[in-house]
Design a protein around this ligand. Structure first.
Ligand SMILES: Nc1ncnc2c1ncn2[C@@H]1O[C@H](COP(=O)(O)OP(=O)(O)OP(=O)(O)O)[C@@H](O)[C@H]1O
Ligand SMILES: [Mg+2]
Length: 433
């Protein structure tokens, strides 16, 4: 329930109230941008997309029981033709959604943690939610809803009484984190790390650091900035007037009695120090067993007959997370080390070098068999040398890999999302039935 009337919503979002709710004292049950979820008393925000403008569904969602709609002005007449429901208009529904979320954030008075960084945002968020959840009424980003649409929806989905909001923030270009921070006004800002991810968008690693650091400039006075120790790229951006906690310098920063229950992949565990620091910054001392729900494809292990272990880490890939995953393969494999590495996308002009270096790293880490998947991965193969098999795509890899495995193998599957490397996991799973 979003405890704001149509009038208050119009004011907060700077929208025109073209028709009040049937009963002006009622609140929307939820805020939705998907017309199929906007029945049942929700406020539907019609967002213009590449192909359709969600606003075109205004009359339909009102007829289906939406509480009201917030759409571009050209959809007002159609919306008003439905015989009930609040109708609000704004030229830029995404901006209106953000402004509304900011107003709700103020009304909630919750403590807000913003999490950005090149790698590990979702896992840090999952760990922090598991630590804080038992102690405070907590709402966190579901999955990866980390954009200028997903973040406001997360805030607006937080019920009255929420004490802590944990918000993942994606960076797709300069100014975007600043925009998310203006909506969220975080008390605590976490930067997990700085790495060459989305270099194409920003041009250099320095520009990436500056874009992430936008989070630190908009922290509330008295807030806490949590940054990786020894990350010199952030030095020029460390803010005044807030506490700065450097994570990773002190091995004692994670309490000894803090245990992660269930299966938590090793690459994800690395984010625990940052999650612990964030919990402390909001007054929660982490302790005891905690049970994080780690989002799928982040390094979960699949156990197949013949003691074959498959590390399913195909949610995304870049030089930092892939070399970490190879380190993990080297330290955890009982038998032969097999790596199925697909293209890492959006790495900019140095993409070939990054792939070649990764191949060399795989060799250094004792990988015996490398299956390189996709056009760029030819360079991974070159860096690796003897023992590589190259295939053009995930489909071909799904046919090849099952024929190569031997009992006792540990197999890492890692590639950018666009490669769809989970098909290899599916083929292995199906073949073992
Ligand atoms: N601290 C880390 N160091 C190296 N690799 C990591 C680290 N944290 C997570 N990873 C790896 O990165 C992958 C993605 O993790 P996660 O989803 O937490 O990142 P993200 O920053 O949220 O990604 P996105 O930008 O897609 O939202 C994981 O599968 C894991 O392999
Ligand atoms: Mg994420």
């Amino acid at each position: 329930m979003l405890e704001l009337t149509a009038r208050q919503i119009a004011e907060a979002a700077d929208a025109a109230l073209r028709r009040d709710a049937h009963d002006p004292a009622t609140f929307p049950a939820a805020v939705a941008i998907d017309s199929r979820r906007a029945g049942d008393g929700a406020l539907f925000v019609g967002i213009p997309g590449e192909r359709v403008d969600g606003g075109a569904f205004a009359a339909e969602v009102l007829a289906a029981g939406a509480w009201g709609v917030l759409v571009r002005p050209e959809h007002a007449d159609a919306a008003l033709s439905a015989d009930r429901g609040a109708v609000l208009t704004h030229e830029d529904p995404v901006a209106a959604l953000g402004a509304l979320a900011r107003a709700w954030r103020h009304r909630l008075g919750a403590t807000v943690v913003g999490i950005t960084g090149s790698v590990g945002k979702t896992s840090t968020k999952d760990l922090l939610r598991a630590i804080v959840g038992p102690h405070r009424r907590t709402v966190a980003t579901e999955g990866n809803l980390n954009t200028e649409i997903g973040l406001p929806l997360t805030v607006l989905g937080a019920p009255a009484g929420t004490e802590v909001l944990i918000l993942e923030m994606a960076m797709r270009g300069a100014g975007q984190i600043a925009e998310l921070a203006r909506i969220a006004e975080p008390d605590v800002g976490v930067i997990t790390n700085i790495a060459p991810v989305h270099v194409e968008l920003l041009g250099s690693i320095e520009a990436i650091a500056a874009a992430k650091a936008e989070l630190l400039h908009d922290l509330r006075p008295g807030g806490t900035a949590i940054v990786p120790a020894d990350e010199r790229l952030l030095d020029p951006h460390l803010p005044q007037g807030v506490e700065v906690v450097a994570v990773g310098a002190d091995p004692g920063e994670v309490p000894a009695d803090l245990q992660l229950a269930g299966e938590v992949p090793t690459t994800v565990r690395r984010n625990l120090p940052a999650a612990v620091a964030a919990a402390r910054a909001i007054g929660v001392e982490p302790s005891g067993p905690i049970v994080p729900e780690i989002s799928a494809m982040r390094g979960q292990r699949l156990h197949l007959p013949g003691d074959i272990v498959v590390v399913v880490d195909c949610y995304n890939a870049n030089p930092m997370s892939t070399s970490a995953a190879l380190d993990d393969l080297a330290s955890s494999a009982a038998g032969r080390r097999v790596a199925v590495l697909g293209d890492m996308l959006e790495l900019g002009p140095d993409e070939r070098r990054y792939h070649a270096e990764l191949g060399a790293h795989a060799r250094d880490r004792g990988v015996e068999l490398l299956v390189a998947v996709g056009p760029l991965s030819r360079h991974t193969g070159t860096g690796f040398g003897q023992g590589v098999q190259w295939v053009p795509d995930a489909e071909a890899a799904a046919r090849l890999v099952p024929t190569l495995l031997e009992p006792g193998d540990t197999v890492l599957l890692k590639a950018s999302r666009g490669i769809g490397l989970e098909r290899v996991a599916e083929a292995l799973r199906a073949g073992s039935r």
